[in-house]
Structures are given as structure tokens and as C-alpha cells.
Design a protein around this ligand. Structure first.
Ligand code: LLP
Length: 444
């Protein structure tokens, strides 16, 4: 993969005055989509050509877009912090490799993601391990790989890690994820910072965990952090959370004589799923800067704001039908390929690949046997017909990563575009992939 200069599209005006936590909104960066003679193009590649070569449904990503979004974070942080990409958002190892080569780290939540990050070339010190329920096996693997740190989410988990580290004869570097009890304005399934959520440790418990860690020869507290949710479009909740966590870092210093090195502000910055403006990562980082003090280095774990708008899901229309009251466009992608509309009522923009001027109010649905299987509901869509291609935009984050084999459907292929070039980065699944784990068990 060719290394690119860290250029970014859509610079902000850094001298503009804004209230605390306010983030400049702008199209960040402009989506690399345009219509040419062969219809919709992504970067310099005709989507109809990709559908012809690799079939549909197909995930297509822009490498330059990913690198540009990443560079925005890196340039805004400068020497003050590091980006650890949230692997859960888009975990293809060739996209991870692109991100690794651009100098970022990886934020993982499972042994599977550790294996992916390692396959992509991340070293142990370029990986942090988050997640509310790490198993003993995951802790062992994390210690053997000498990760930057593990994020602890309960006293019980810290105790287990101490035991595992003792048996392994290692020192586990840790961070504690604090639950700041702060509401973030987002879908309830992806808000994580309230006291009622399963995530993090209540502020009142935090000091005792660090005391326990600093007294153990097998634990080394190096960070403190939070993650309050995802698809958050204002900086004020992050700012409030950072203030609470920094107050705790001050208490660690005053009461335990303990100075941690990193403040982990998690991920969560949202993107625009319509044509409206999105918060800019550089402005997001600027909005947090007033609370950065005490020589702490920042860690941020963005996922969606790096790759969300960098990916489209291409699907081919199978049929159109009407029941007299309602129109349906039935396509070859379904909820198993893109779960976000069914799970979060997410509305992804939809463009026809062949430019279609006429519109139709309809549901875009897949072949899965559930009424919850829709990609768009009661929306004005291009009036496409059988054989036409549609592109669902902003599908680069939590798209393929959340796909499944439901209805025994094969998961889609993935293609990565780099300027005028493209390549297959994941083959379409085969029936062998689907049946193998069962056939290998034999008839008994
Ligand atoms: N760090 C931690 C500890 C996380 O749990 C997450 C996301 C991130 C970072 C990255 O957050 P981001 O920058 O991507 O917002 N499936 C949902 C989103 C789930 C987010 C889970 N955690 C969706 O499709 O909207």
C-alpha cells in the first residue's frame, strides 16, 4: 500500500471563537462521489464496473478518504496525543494496515480483534484493549502481546487481571474506564456514559481501584479514561466528561501520589448521514483542549468518524412491487449485510448508480424473512428498476463489521479504492465458508 502525505480535506478556521464544547460543522471531507458517463463514481472508479467485476452486495471503501480523516485527528493532536482506531467500526485487515502505516494505533475489544490487529501489523504498544468483559484467555493473550494497556471496567475484572498477570509473571499496564454519568445526545443503544449503563466504573469507586493497582507488583496504572457513546454531534458531553475525569486524575495525584500518563477520551464523534454538515475532528479536538492539563497525553479512539463516510454498500435491485398502498424496492442486500437501519432506524443516503431523475416513495427491502428487514422505510428513493444498482452511503463504519450469515446468506465481498486503482480486500464468502464448521463435525 502506498504511503500518502498526511493531507486533509476541509480545514477549519482555528481562530474562530466558539462557546465551550461547540464544534465547527462542515462537510468533512467532501464525499468522493460524482456522476460520470458510466454513472456514479467513487473516487475515480465507476461503481458499475465494480459491481460487474465482483458482484453485489459489495462494500467499497476509499483509502484516501480514510487517511484524510485520520490525518485530521493526527494533525489536530500533534505531539499532545495519539489516535487508536476503533477496530470494531471496520475490521478488514487491509484497511487496518492502511491505518497502521499512517501511524495510528488500534483499539480492540476481543481476541479476534487482537488477531486482526496483529495480522495488520500493529505491534503490542500500538494496541489498547477496551471492553466490559475480557476473559482470562483474552487477558493472557494481551499480556503476552505486551499491549499499551488494558482498559478495566470493574473491580472484579481488575482482580482477575492481577491474578492472570501474576501467573504469567508479567506486569499489566492498565487504565480505568470511568462512568462519568453524563448523557450524550445519541440513539439510546449507543449511549454508554450514564450511571445506568453497563459500562465503566462509578466515580466513587475509581480511587480504590487505582489504590489496589498501585499496591500490586503485577499492575501498573498508566491511564484513566471514558467513552460516553457513539454518533455524538456536539463536543459538550465529551468536554463535561473530560472535566470529571481530570478532576479524578488530580485526586489520584493528591491522594495516592499517582500520576497517570494518558487521558483516554474514547471515540464517539458522529458523522453526517444526510447531506448536512458534520463536526470536524480538528474542531472536536480543539473543543477539548481547554481541559488538557497536567502533562497528560491524549488518546482518542475514533471509529465512525474515520471510516463511516469512506464506505458505500452497492446493491442490485431484484424487483419492484406494490401492494396498492405501498411500493417496495427489493434488492439483493439485506439486514444481514447492513443492520443499522433495522437496529437503530438509521437513514443512510441512497443514490442510484445510473442517474435516475424520477423519485418514488417506497421501502427498500432485502430478501430476509422479517418485516424488520429494511434498508430504508417510507423514503423518497430513485425510481429504479430490476437490474439497476443502488449505493447506500456512509456504510463504512459498523456496516460489514456488523454483518452476519442470517438466513444462511453469504457475507459480501469488500473492495478498497486507492485513487484510480482498486483491489479486492475480502472475497465474497463461499458455501464452503458457510457449511464448513458444521460439515467438519461429521454426522456423529
Ligand atoms: N471506544 C470504545 C470503548 C467504544 O466502545 C467505541 C464504540 C469506540 C471507541 C468507537 O466509537 P466511534 O468513534 O465509532 O463512535 N454499532 C453502532 C455503534 C456502536 C459503537 C460501539 N462503541 C452503530 O452502528 O451506530
Amino acid at each position: 500500500m502506498v504511503l500518502r502525505k498526511k493531507t486533509e480535506i476541509g480545514m477549519i478556521n482555528p481562530s474562530a471563537k466558539r462557546p465551550p464544547g461547540a464544534i465547527a460543522l462542515q462537510q468533512f471531507p467532501a464525499l468522493p462521489l460524482s456522476y460520470g458517463a458510466e454513472g456514479l463514481r467513487f473516487e475515480q472508479v465507476d461503481l458499475s464496473e465494480l459491481a460487474g467485476e465482483f458482484g453485489t452486495p459489495l462494500y467499497v471503501y476509499s483509502g484516501p478518504y480514510i487517511l484524510s480523516a485520520l490525518a485530521s485527528y493526527q494533525n489536530a493532536l500533534g505531539e499532545d496525543g495519539e489516535v487508536f482506531f476503533a477496530v470494531k467500526a471496520c475490521s478488514n485487515i487491509w484497511i487496518l494496515r492502511l491505518i497502521q502505516e499512517a501511524g495510528a494505533g488500534a483499539d480492540i475489544v476481543s481476541l479476534g480483534e487482537l488477531r486482526r490487529a496483529q495480522a495488520a501489523g500493529f505491534t503490542g504498544s500500538q494496541i489498547v484493549f477496551s471492553g466490559v468483559g475480557k476473559t482470562k484467555q483474552e487477558m493472557q493473550a494481551a499480556l503476552q502481546a505486551d499491549l499499551r494497556f488494558l482498559v478495566i471496567e470493574s473491580a472484579a475484572e481488575l482482580k482477575m487481571l492481577e491474578e492472570v498477570a501474576r501467573v504469567e509473571g508479567r506486569v499489566a499496564r492498565i487504565s480505568v474506564r470511568v462512568n462519568p454519568d453524563i448523557a450524550a445526545d445519541t440513539h439510546p443503544y449507543i449511549a454508554t456514559g450514564l450511571g445506568s449503563h453497563k459500562f465503566g466504573v462509578p466515580a466513587a469507586e475509581v480511587l480504590s481501584l487505582y489504590r489496589f493497582a498501585s499496591e500490586s507488583p503485577h499492575l501498573e496504572p498508566v491511564a484513566i479514561g471514558f467513552h460516553i457513546g457513539s454518533q455524538i454531534l456536539s463536543g459538550s458531553a465529551h468536554l463535561a466528561a473530560a472535566e470529571r475525569i481530570l478532576a479524578l486524575a488530580d485526586r489520584l495525584r493528591a491522594e495516592l501520589d499517582l500520576s497517570v500518563k494518558y487521558l483516554d477520551a474514547g471515540g464517539g464523534l458522529g458523522i453526517s448521514y444526510d447531506e448536512k454538515l458534520s463536526p470536524h475532528p480538528a474542531s472536536f479536538i480543539e473543543s477539548l483542549r481547554p481541559v488538557l492539563r497536567g502533562g497528560l497525553k491524549w488518546i482518542v479512539e475514533p471509529g465512525r468518524s474515520i471510516c463511516g463516510n469512506a464506505g458505500v454498500l452497492l446493491t442490485r435491485v431484484l424487483y419492484r412491487k406494490t401492494n396498492g398502498k405501498k411500493d417496495f424496492i427489493i434488492c439483493d442486500a439485506a439486514m444481514n449485510d447492513l443492520l443499522r437501519p433495522a437496529l437503530y432506524q438509521a437513514e443512510h443516503r441512497i443514490l442510484a448508480v445510473r442517474e435516475v431523475k424520477e423519485e418514488l416513495r417506497a421501502d427498500l427491502v432485502g430478501p430476509v424473512c422479517e418485516s424488520g428487514d429494511f434498508l430504508a422505510r417510507d423514503r423518497l428513493l430513485p425510481a429504479v428498476d430490476s437490474g439497476d444498482l443502488l449505493a447506500l452511503l456512509s456504510a463504512g463504519a459498523y456496516g460489514f463489521a456488523m454483518s452476519s450469515n442470517y438466513n444462511s446468506r453469504l457475507r459480501p465481498a469488500e473492495v478498497l479504492i486507492d485513487g484510480p486503482n482498486y483491489r479486492l480486500i475480502r472475497q465474497r464468502e463461499t458455501f464452503e465458508d458457510l457449511l464448513g464448521p458444521e460439515l467438519r463435525c461429521g454426522p456423529g
